[in-house]
Design a protein around this ligand. Structure first.
Ligand SMILES: NC(=O)c1ccc[n+]([C@@H]2O[C@H](COP(=O)([O-])OP(=O)(O)OC[C@H]3O[C@@H](n4cnc5c(N)ncnc54)[C@H](O)[C@@H]3O)[C@@H](O)[C@H]2O)c1
Length: 438
C-alpha cells in the first residue's frame, strides 16, 4: 500500500544537540562525530549513517542509504552543547573517562576544549556518588527549570541554530516510582513550585526541553519523561520524546537471543547475568538506589518478550537475575557473563554461555547520534509524544498506556524501517513474497 509522503520540513540550517551530562558517553559521541566529519573515522554502529533500507520488491533492487532516503541533518550542520555538574570541558572529561585513546583525542583537543558544560540542575540526593560543584541555584525547582529554558534559548541564538534536540547522557538517578505529582501537567507544575522530592533533575530538563519545543530522548532508566504529566505536555506542545535507557551491551544481546529461543519454542529455566564495570557510571550504579532504577529497566525485558502468559509450559517460572559490580580496573571496558539455562525436546536441559567483552560508550555513541537525528526528523515531520519506532535503541521502551512495549530487536528494526517508509510514502515490506511464489 502506498501512502502519500508526510510533509517534512527540510533539514536546512544548524542542528544543536544538547546533552544533559558530559561524561563518557557524551564525549565519546561528540569526539566521534568530529572525527567522522574530518574523515578520520567511519560511523560504525549508526543506522542513520551506514544502514540501507529496502524499498519495493526484491527484484527492484532499490536499497538506498537511510540518510539518502529521508531528509536528515548533515553531520556538518551539528553543533554541541551540554550541562554537567562537573565543570570539565569535553576534552578533560573524555581524558578522565578513558574510553578514547590519545591518538584519537589529541587531534581533536582544541575542538573538544571548546565544548564547556553549562552549570547543571543537580542535587546529590538523586545521584549520591557525584559531587557536583558546577550547579545552578534557585529557590524552587520551577525556578531551576526556567533557568534551563533560558540556557536553551541562549544556546540557540548564540550558535545560530535552526533546531535543537536533547539526549539525556547524565547519570542514573535513584529509583522514583510514578506518583500523584507525575499524573497531570498541573500536579507536576505545582510540585515543581513546592520542591517535591519526587521531581528529579532529569524531569526538570525534560520539562524545560518540551516547553522550548526541543525533542527529548532519555538515555538513562530514570523515569524522566516517562510519566503522564510530561507525556501530556509533549502532546500539548507537539514535541517528540523517546526513552528509556540506551540498549547497548547485555540487554541488546538478550533481545537478540531470547526471540531466537522463542521462535524455536525452546523453554527457559533461568537467565543469570552479571557484569563488571569500572567507569563513573559503574560507580554511580554501585549505589543500591541508582542500581534499583537500572535493575528495573534490565529485568523487564525477558518477561515482555517471552510472554509467559501465552507460553506457561516454556516460560512460566524462569528465574532472572541481573548483577552489576563496580570494578575500577576495567574502566569503560565492561565484561558481562550470561548463563542461560534452556530446555529442549522432552525436557532435556541445555546451557548457553555468553561472555561479552564490550566497550559501553563505544556502543552507546552511535545510538546518541541516531536518536538525535531521528528525533529531529520526527519533529520536522510533525510527530509528537512517544516515538515508539525508536524503541530499537532502548532497554525499556516507552509505550502508550495499556500497551506492552516491544523488546524484540528485529520487530523493533522492522518498526523503525517501516516508519521511515511510511513517512516517505513507500510501501510497507510484508515479506510475503507472493510476487515470486504465488
Ligand atoms: N554506556 C552505555 O552503554 C549505557 C547504556 C545505557 C544507559 N547508559 C546511561 O547513560 C548515562 C551516561 O553514561 P556515562 O557512561 O556517560 O556516565 P558518566 O558517569 O561518565 O557521565 C554521566 C555524567 O552526567 C553528569 N550528571 C549527573 N547528574 C546530572 C545532572 N543532573 N545534570 C547534568 N549532568 C549530570 C555526571 O556529572 C557525569 O559527568 C548513564 O545514566 C548510564 O546509565 C549508558
Amino acid at each position: 500500500m502506498h501512502n502519500s509522503p508526510a510533509a517534512i520540513r527540510p533539514a536546512t540550517g544548524r542542528l544543536g544537540i544538547l546533552t544533559p551530562g558530559l561524561g563518557a558517553v557524551a564525549t565519546t559521541f561528540i569526539a566521534g562525530v568530529e572525527s567522522i566529519r574530518r574523515g578520520l573515522s567511519k560511523p560504525i554502529g549508526s543506522l542513520t549513517q551506514m544502514a540501507t533500507i529496502r524499498l519495493g520488491q526484491r527484484a527492484d533492487k532499490r536499497a538506498p542509504l537511510i540518510r539518502e532516503f529521508v531528509p536528515l541533518a548533515s553531520l556538518d550542520d551539528i553543533v554541541f552543547g551540554a550541562w554537567d555538574p562537573i565543570p570539565d570541558d569535553a576534552y578533560s572529561s573524555a581524558k578522565k573517562a578513558g574510553v578514547l585513546e590519545d591518538r584519537h583525542l589529541e587531534p581533536l583537543k582544541e575542538f573538544l576544549q571548546g565544548i564547556v558544560p553549562m552549570p547543571a540542575v543537580f542535587d546529590q540526593h538523586y545521584v549520591t556518588r557525584i559531587h557536583g560543584t558546577h550547579v545552578k541555584h534557585g529557590s524552587t525547582k520551577r525556578e531551576l527549570a526556567e533557568q534551563l529554558r533560558q540556557d536553551i534559548r541562549d544556546f540557540k541564538s548564540a550558535h545560530g541554530c535552526d533546531r535543537l534536540v536533547a539526549v539525556w547522557c547524565g547519570s542514573t538517578e535513584i529509583y522514583i516510582a510514578p506518583s500523584a505529582v507525575h499524573a497531570s501537567i498541573d500536579a507536576f507544575e505545582r510540585a515543581m513550585h513546592e520542591n517535591h522530592p519526587d521531581i528529579a533533575p532529569s524531569m526538570l530538563y525534560a520539562w524545560a526541553c518540551i516547553m522550548e519545543g526541543v525533542p527529548y530522548n532519555n538515555g538513562a532508566p530514570n523515569l524522566a519523561v516517562d510519566a503522564p504529566a510530561l507525556l501530556a505536555l509533549a502532546e500539548r506542545e507537539g514535541v517528540p520524546v523517546s526513552g528509556k535507557d540506551f540498549k547497548t551491551g547485555q540487554t541488546w544481546m538478550k533481545t537478540v537471543i531470547a526471540p531466537g529461543l522463542k521462535a524455536r519454542m525452546l523453554g527457559l529455566e533461568g537467565w543469570y547475568s552479571t557484569n563488571i564495570l569500572g567507569n563513573r557510571d559503574g560507580e554511580v550504579l554501585d549505589d543500591p538506589a541508582s542500581f534499583k532504577t537500572k535493575e528495573a529497566s534490565k529485568l523487564s525485558v525477558l518477561h515482555t518478550m517471552l510472554q509467559p502468559e501465552l507460553y506457561p509450559d516454556l516460560y512460566g517460572g524462569f528465574s532472572h537475575v541481573v548483577r552489576i559490580n563496580y570494578y575500577p580496573p576495567r574502566g569503560d571496558n565492561k565484561e558481562g557473563w550470561d548463563n542461560i539455562d534452556i530446555v529442549g525436546w522432552m525436557g532435556y536441559p541445555m546451557q548457553i554461555k555468553v561472555n561479552f567483552l564490550c566497550r559501553d560508550s563505544i556502543l552507546a555513541a552511535p545510538i546518541v547520534l541516531d536518536l538525535a537525528l531521528f528525533s529531529d526528523l520526527a519533529a520536522r515531520a510533525g510527530k509528537s509524544g512517544i516515538q515508539e519506532w525508536l524503541s530499537f535503541y532502548y532497554k525499556s521502551p516507552m509505550a502508550a498506556a495499556g500497551l506492552t512495549p516491544e523488546h524484540d530487536l528485529f520487530i523493533q528494526q522492522t518498526k523503525l524501517k517501516n516508519t521511515l517508509r511510511h513517512l516517505m510514502g513507500e510501501e510497507q515490506i510484508t515479506h510475503l513474497g507472493l510476487e515470486y511464489f504465488p
